[in-house]
Design a protein around this ligand. Structure first.
Ligand code: MTE
Ligand code: LUZ
Ligand code: MOS
Length: 770
């Protein structure tokens, strides 16, 4: 893209999220706010109370006899294929012969009102034969029970390198899962049409996949199914594959009854029934030299995949591809284990396995530092990727855009990191109950779906004769501001005010065969596709203008809602009208595919990322050694957004991702009992961060003058996920504080999440004299 295109509409830094006011005034419409159609049925799911059981029989007759109950359906009622697997096959929308987790849907009850359906669910008699469940990562591993073939990333000869190294350490660490806790739970409304047509309103990041799931379950072709979503009330990866189940079951009821049908999960049902972030356990073995430079490394990454693969292969591949984070590991083996357990299938969650991969490498560097009596920062420094050499990742991609050293040095200098460390030493020397800790976290995050085929997008743009513009593309809006950013792109292409662009719902009949809005690539992909569509229309308008003005095409200029040629000008609307009169099309579809991507899922190698997004954070925390409570006192962030498409939106993304990451690492704890039942299925027992958990001093800087070296849309960079991993600085700072609670000779034993209970235990252990 040449420099002339490298501009964004005049005041792009003043443009707010198109729905900002609607969000805060309650005027934004979500699926459950849509006016009810007559005869709409409400669906409640019958779910398995057992983690593993054969389903011998299901009897819905008592439930059906209740007033208002219209249907009780099971897998047997599916006329198509009971399979909604996003990557592999054989993942049923509803359990058929066997229930594989507590909460596994086994039947649906549809009634005239929600309450009728909710009560009737209790009358559905399911005869189960209980089977032995496998609940824990370690148990699945021992049984070699996986959801797909375990993958490994290898570079060099790690065994030889570790054997030859001056120092060698082993250890383990673990991190918990995370519920998405979007404000809007999963919901779908299916409306049957003529013939076998089905219109589905789904709160989904992936309308195309919901369309495929519905068509497969109903046994109708894709062209019979249309999926629409205007916006989601948050998604965070939790609505990448999971909504397909919800949409398919709503459509099943609608198709069987001929009535519109809505399936909206209550909060606790959503938490029990749908997948979460994968929890992981890690074992590591590392060899390093006198200075702490890693010579060879071997990491086992054991994930709780849940009952089926779902997106686990993508997630685990991303963990394996982020186990390096910012460090050159010339001899490395990262072994992935997708452990199949009788727990809900885990799924995409902001960072998509990247955060988990980074947790382990940072723990290893901290361990090395402890062993050599050096700081984590010193160990990082000598292991950072180089720019000219030492720049090949374990999966074989050469990094060409590394700025992590500059970024880290810049932030550390800016905030007087060394001085702050000394002040903390002083505080800790003077206080025995409260202890402070501080840590930095550098982040390098690969941008692109790690399945190359998914890196494509389409758009549809119409210009009407009054000069107003209709915009549609394959991306979905979940609060991240994608619609605003893509509208800015089109406004910039036409040089018209953003108010001139009508943002419209994502629909599978307008732009087909789309990818999920995920992998942070929404604006990279859809922004480019929309730019392509707008430029096609613009080229035709240029031709018309040139003829009208009697000028050459390169004299035509679009500027501030007008088109100039020679000494004359027309308004954008006038030119639109003239283009129509000239019988030129004012409509175009646009397309984009990310160039130069490669990935071999068998050897786990290639260049899966178009570029990397970088960021660094420094967090200061304090812990109360008597109660284990903690606070993040101050956070500073420096984040690379390339040439930001919309700094306001990007600030919001950085803040939100960071706080969401903090929640994962400090307070959000998923607890299952020994029967596999999730005990933390509501806000009373599952603690997401609140406004008072936001660091009171929270300084966010977007890196200036940093256009993407790759020709992305207006040289911007993806921002949706990368800042989540900046929150790892909080976890590392908490470990630092725990370490400083003792005499400094012991390494803290503290996994994530570092809840008050976990911190208290770690402090007690570190202070124990033995
Ligand atoms: N921001 C908000 N407000 N709500 C969300 O659900 N999802 C995140 C991120 N930011 C999310 C969000 C996730 S997981 C991804 S992958 C990206 O947004 C997806 O959108 P993008 O590709 O347009 O950045
Ligand atoms: N890869 C990825 C994926 O990097 N991010 C994703 O969200 C994703 N989703 C599906 C398949 N691969
Ligand atoms: Mo985001 S986890 O890629 O939906």
């Amino acid at each position: 893209m040449d420099d002339a295109q490298n501009i964004v509409g005049a005041a792009h830094d003043k443009i707010q999220h198109d729905s900002a006011v609607k969000h805060v005034t309650g005027k934004a419409l979500y699926i459950d706010d849509m006016p009810s159609l007559p005869n709409t049925l409400q669906i409640v799911l019958v779910t398995s109370p057992l983690a593993h059981a054969n389903i011998k029989s299901i009897d819905g007759s008592l439930a059906l006899a209740e007033v208002g109950v219209v249907a009780v359906l099971t897998a047997k009622d599916i006329e198509g294929h009971n399979d909604i697997a996003p990557i592999f096959a054989g993942e049923p929308a509803i359990a058929d012969k066997v229930a594989e987790y507590v909460g596994h849907p086994v039947a649906v009850v549809a009634a005239e009102t929600y309450d009728q359906a909710f009560q009737a669910v209790k009358l559905v008699k399911v005869d189960y034969e209980e089977l032995e469940p496998v609940l824990l990562i370690k148990d699945a591993l021992a049984k070699e029970q996986f959801t797909y073939t375990p993958p490994t990333v290898t570079q060099g000869d790690p065994d030889k390198a570790m054997d030859a190294a001056a120092h060698r350490l082993q250890g383990e660490v673990a991190c918990g899962g995370q519920d998405h806790f979007y404000l809007e739970a999963n919901v779908a409304l299916a409306v049957p049409g003529e013939d076998k047509d089905m219109m589905v309103y789904s709160s989904t990041q992936h309308p195309t996949e919901a369309q495929h799931g519905v068509s497969r379950v109903l046994g109708v072709p894709s062209n019979a199914v249309t999926v629409e979503v205007r916006r989601m009330g948050g998604a965070f990866g939790g609505k990448e594959s999971q909504p397909t189940i919800i949409a398919a079951l709503a459509a099943l009821v609608a198709s069987k009854t001929g009535q519109p049908a809505k399936l909206r999960l209550r909060r606790d049902a959503d938490m029990i029934i749908t997948g979460k972030r994968h929890d992981f356990e890690f074992d590591y073995d590392v060899g390093f030299d006198e200075e702490g430079r890693i010579e060879g490394i071997d990491i086992a990454m054991m994930m709780r995949s849940g009952n089926v693969a779902d997106l686990s292969s993508g997630v685990l591949a991303r963990s394996l591809c982020h186990g390096d984070n910012c460090y050159y590991l010339k001899n490395a083996r990262f072994r992935g284990y997708p452990c199949k357990t009788n727990t809900v299938s885990n799924t995409a969650f902001r960072g998509f396995g990247g955060p988990q991969g980074m947790i382990v490498i940072e723990t290893i560097l901290e361990h090395i530092g402890h062993h050599l009596s050096k700081s984590l920062d010193e160990i990082r420094k000598i292991n950072f990727y180089g720019t000219e050499d030492r720049n090949v990742t374990p999966y074989g991609q050469t990094i060409t855009d590394n700025i992590i050293v500059e970024l880290t040095d810049c932030l550390m200098g800016e905030i007087n990191y060394e001085g702050r460390k000394k002040a903390i030493d002083k505080f800790n020397a003077e206080n025995s109950t409260l202890k402070k800790g501080i840590a930095a976290m550098p982040v390098k995050f690969g941008i692109s779906f790690n399945m190359p085929a998914l890196n494509q997008a389409g758009a549809l743009v119409h210009v009407y004769t009054d000069g107003s513009v209709h915009l549609n593309h394959g991306g979905t809006e979940m609060g991240q501001g994608l619609f605003t950013k893509v509208a800015q792109v089109v406004a910039t292409a036409f040089q018209v005010d953003i108010d001139n662009i009508k943002i419209s719902s994502t629909r599978t009949d307008k732009v087909p065969n789309t990818s999920a809005t995920a992998a942070s690539a929404g604006s990279d992909l859809n922004g480019m596709a929309a730019f392509d569509a707008a430029n096609q229309i613009k080229a035709r308008m240029v031709g018309v203008a040139a003829r009208h003005f009697g000028a050459s095409e390169d004299e035509i200029e679009f500027r501030q809602n007008r088109i100039y040629g020679g000494n004359e000008s027309l308004s954008f609307a006038e030119l639109a009208q003239k283009t129509w009169e000239a019988r030129e099309s004012l409509s175009a579809t646009g397309f984009y595919q990310t160039p130069d991507l490669s990935w071999d899922p068998i050897t786990c190698s290639g260049s899966p990322f178009y570029y990397f997004s970088y960021g660094v954070s420094i967090s200061e925390v304090v812990i109360d050694t008597l109660t284990g409570e903690s606070r993040t006192l101050r956070t500073d962030i420096l984040q690379d957004c390339g040439k930001s498409l919309n700094p306001r939106v990007d600030y919001g993304q950085i803040e939100g991702a960071y706080v969401q990451g903090m929640g994962w690492l400090t307070s959000e704890e998923l607890v299952w009992n020994d029967k596999g039942r999730l005990l933390t299925h509501g806000p009373s027992t599952y603690k997401i961060p609140g406004s008072r958990d936001v660091p009171p001093e929270f300084n966010i800087h977007i890196l200036d003058d940093a256009p993407n070296r790759m020709p992305t849309i207006f040289r911007s960079k993806a921002i949706g996920e990368p800042p989540l991993m900046l929150a790892i600085s909080v976890w590392l700072a908490l470990r630092d504080a725990v370490k400083r609670s003792g005499d400094g000779t012991k390494l803290p034993k503290l996994n994530a999440p570092a809840t008050p209970e976990a911190i208290l235990k770690a402090v007690t252990e570190i202070r124990a004299v033995n």
